[in-house]
Design a binder for this molecule. Sequence first.
Ligand SMILES: [Zn+2]
Length: 412
Amino acid sequence: MPLWGTAQDKQYARQVIEKLTALDMHGRGYVMDGDEIAAHYIKEQMEVHGALAFDYNFYQDFSMTVNTFPGKMKVIVEEQVLTPGVDFLVKPSSGAASGNYNLMWTDWKALAHKEADFTMTPSEMRKTLMVVDPSGAETKEEKAFVQSLWGNPLGLVGVIVLTEDKLTWGVSQTQNPYIELEIKKDKLTKDTKTISLKIDAKYNPKHRCQNIVGFIEGKEEPDSFIVFTGHYDHLGHMGKDTYFPGANDNASGISMLLDFVKHYADYENQSKYSIAFIAFGAEEAGLVGSRHYVEDPVFPLEQIKFLVNIDLLGTGGEGITIVNATKHEKEYNTFLKLNEKKKYLAQVKKRGPAANSDHYFFSEKGVPAFFIYTMGGITAYHDIYDVAETLPLTEYEDVFKLITDFVKELEK
Ligand SMILES: [Zn+2]
């Protein structure tokens, strides 16, 4: 660490990631005020480092619908209590469940060929779950058919789809009027005829959420902005005892975003242009925060010279990918050249436009934007294993340097 000014601060980044992933932030989601607590912490950090607020307010509020799982999350199969997030997931759009249910094992192939005979009284239907084992679905059509069974085509009380894959969770803005469960295949055998469930699902029609926006004024052209963005929300809780920490997704990006605030606030590093920092809420629910922002920007979108969105920055052993690289060839080449010259990363991979993070609605509005994510290392993603302890931050310093070098090039 040099005595003059502040360079990238990996230790600080670690500290931020630990904070954001701790139990008291509840997976920065939709129960126990997780996202709000995280928002306050981020605002406070921006302030501490010297960022300014537009109109004296760091927050931009909005409201949204969301399905939540704040309470009980119990799945019992033949007296064995399954572990949430390890043995099963409740689908983000699932309705609530309570009681003992019968299982109806369904052959998806027979259903696909409309060969399944199905006779059940309405009262039987209300206590029967359809179980689907998608094994053998190989072609695109077969996979699509199995996927369509999540729609509960027989109109039963719910659907269970078995899986051998990694469990990957999400957030839904709607709630279906039936139960949806994904269970590890080895947890349920064909002899199993009943299941006991207690799942609290609560649909919130008006969840209050916020983006956090700050800036550091530019030395020469304060009305032109370089913008750094990243989402601070994650998936929250699946039941009161299980939460998704989201270390890589995206405590890692927020740690660098706050480190950028620290960096540019230092007089030594002050930019010619103003630098804005936006931490978005509700990305995981479908880019809700950033969509809200572009519809009601805090300063005109035309004043943005370039936007860099960072999401999933915790690795880097295999370099980075730049989304929108094909759209902004010149800027992509700047990244390539800097990386070659300074030998920062194994590769700077090019990718076309994609609606996969918060840069998307800015791009749609004509704002030049990149989305950068790191590659290699961990495979944890949208699961309970995305934790701070195993997040390597392999190339944290080099990614930081590459991006700040890029900003210097934009200043030329
Ligand atoms: Zn993310």
